[in-house]
Design a protein around this ligand. Structure first.
Ligand code: ADP
Length: 457
């Protein structure tokens, strides 16, 4: 069996706090074959980029590289977060293009390739994650690497015309044909990528999943909708239901229904639009005032970027505005919290909620939607209000699907969720949980790796 090599911007070292579902699944995959996990160390070095740290834990070796302040600013804060992130989420208006950060991005990918190439054997299977590393395979191939290399994009792939709005887009996106397999969250992302290859790269779709770049290079592209560690979340939620944090939360509601939203404070999540829908709900359903409390948990993210700071200010004002207009002395309609919670607490809050609101303007998958469903008590589950622009909408057909730009439509869905009888909630939940259990994070990683191993005949 081939050795697995995982490459991601951040490496989940053992014992680190961020042991999410993806880290657990990749760890399990690495343990099966023995393997290497490569990426940025998370450290900003005083002088130059490039110092390598090697740590072995059991069958897994962790290899991490320090970056200089300049490289970190250009590659990570610059091109990845200010240019690619908005572009990939269809926000050409927020794209901040700068030739210097683009060069830093390419330079860091080249540096990673230089360090990694020395470690690789021809029969390795290399799995590269996410938009920080689009050109990595091209840089590895330049250095003579012949191993199979796959790439998975965790965020959306936008329409071809949007991609083409990025100056020198072919340098970044054309590099994807150097992979043997390129994986996306949904079939729609895959189709948009195929359009890009056809319309802007002079390539063609040769058959099921089989693509040819303009120079004839053959590679495979397919959809692998990422899952969660369903069994782990279900058991966390069942235990959390009895925890003191959940009980305190329950007591604070005074018998009112709880609606919940949990999102990083990011413009892709559609938070102002969601607050608007909540406001419309209380305006249009006066009888519901005092019956529902909305809890928005939104940890601050990328606070160094101006558009994120502006969003934070906007939401603070908006929450105050809704509460000012509708609150009663003994009832606050919106509770707005800017902090992170460990999964056991979050799953307890999800389980307590009558509905989950997941209404991004664009989202690759949205794992919160799946975690919300997996946290429910199957006997009396909450309803999920879900944006048609989240990747998860393709799978979670038991959700109340909404267009996040239509605040009246979302407020109607909130009203429908509030009024939904238990039997209807159960039926919808059952179809969703079946899918979540079947294609969980482990099924997902096995599917991707099997497909990658089967490329090149
Ligand atoms: P994104 O990757 O864009 O942040 P996802 O919904 O796909 O969005 O994944 C977010 C992950 O972060 C989920 O696993 C979720 O549970 C976790 N998360 C989101 N908000 C919080 C929070 N306030 N505290 C702790 N974890 C959070």
């Amino acid at each position: 069996m081939s050795r697995l090599v995982v490459v991601s911007n951040r490496v989940a070292l053992p014992g680190a706090s961020q042991s999410g579902g993806l880290a657990t699944a990749l760890d399990a995959a690495l343990k099966e074959t023995g393997g290497l996990w490569f990426g940025w160390s998370g450290k900003v070095a005083r002088a130059h980029s490039g110092e390598v740290h090697r740590e072995a834990h059991g069958e897994i070796t962790y290899l991490t590289v320090d970056l200089s302040r300049e490289d970190y600013e250009g590659y990570y804060n610059g091109f990845a977060n200010r240019t690619l992130w908005p572009l990939l989420h269809f926000r050409l208006d927020l794209v901040d293009y700068n030739a210097m950060t683009q060069a830093a991005y390419r330079g860091v990918n080249a540096l990673f390739a230089e360090k990694l190439a020395k470690e690789l054997r021809d029969d390795d299977i290399v799995w590269v994650h996410d938009y920080h590393l689009f050109p990595l395979a091209q840089e590895l191939r330049k250095r003579g690497v012949r191993a199979r290399i796959g790439f998975f994009l965790h965020v959306p792939f936008p329409s071809a015309d949007i991609v083409a709005g990025l100056p020198h887009h072919e340098k970044t996106f054309g590099a994807l044909s150097s992979y043997d397999l390129v994986g996306f969250q949904t079939e729609r992302d895959l189709e948009r990528f195929q359009d890009y290859i056809r319309l802007f790269r002079g390539g063609r779709v040769a058959g099921q999943g089989d693509l040819r770049d303009h120079d004839g290079r053959q590679f495979v592209a397919a959809a692998f909708p990422i899952g969660i560690d369903a069994a782990a979340i279900e058991s966390l939620a069942a235990t959390a239901a009895r925890s003191p944090v959940t009980k305190r939360m329950h007591a604070s509601l005074n018998g009112r229904a709880l609606a919940i939203g949990v999102d990083r404070l990011d413009y892709s999540k559609g938070l102002p639009e969601r607050f608007r829908a909540i406001e419309r709900f209380f305006e249009r359903h006066a009888d519901q005032r005092g019956k529902m409390t909305y809890l928005q948990i939104a940890p601050v993210s990328r606070g160094g970027v101006a558009s994120y700071r502006a969003l934070r200010r906007e939401l603070e004002q908006y929450a105050g505005h809704i509460n000012g207009a509708h609150a009663e002395p003994d009832w606050t309609p919106v509770r707005y919290v800017n902090r992170t919670y460990p999964h056991p607490a979050l799953t307890g809050f999800y389980r307590l909620s009558r509905m989950g609101l997941v209404t991004p303007l664009r989202d690759g998958m949205n794992l919160v939607a799946k975690e919300y469903v997996a946290s429910q008590d199957g006997d009396d589950p909450g309803a999920l209000v879900l944006s048609i622009f989240a990747g998860a909408a393709r799978e979670l057909d038991g959700a109340l699907l909404v267009n996040p730009f239509d605040s009246d439509g979302v407020s109607d869905a909130i009203a429908a969720a509030m009024a939904m009888p238990r039997e209807a909630r159960r039926e919808r939940w059952q179809s969703m949980i079946a899918r979540i259990r079947e294609y969980d994070i482990h099924a997902w990683r096995k599917d991707f790796l099997k497909t990658l191993a089967a490329t090149r005949g």
